[in-house]
Design a protein around this ligand. Structure first.
Ligand code: ZN
Length: 63
């Protein structure tokens, strides 16, 4: 049985993703935008941290 990991926004604490641990590991290093407050969360070591400025730049160049 999968063990689910619930990841909450670093800023407002609302749930952003709820996935099995093995799936969360694949997403490490990606940045997620909170639908609730638009805060950018960086997934690092299977938990959310504040997105660093260099990551924000990579998002800006994407659009
Ligand atoms: Zn949020």
């Amino acid at each position: 049985m999968y063990k689910f990991t619930c990841l909450r926004c670093y800023n407002c604490n609302s749930v952003i993703i709820n996935l099995p641990e093995s799936e969360v590991e694949k997403l490490n290093g990606l940045t997620f935008q909170c639908e609730c407050c638009d805060y950018l969360n960086l997934l690092s070591n299977s938990r959310f941290i504040e997105a660093a400025k260099e990551n924000l730049k990579s998002i800006c160049s994407f659009s």
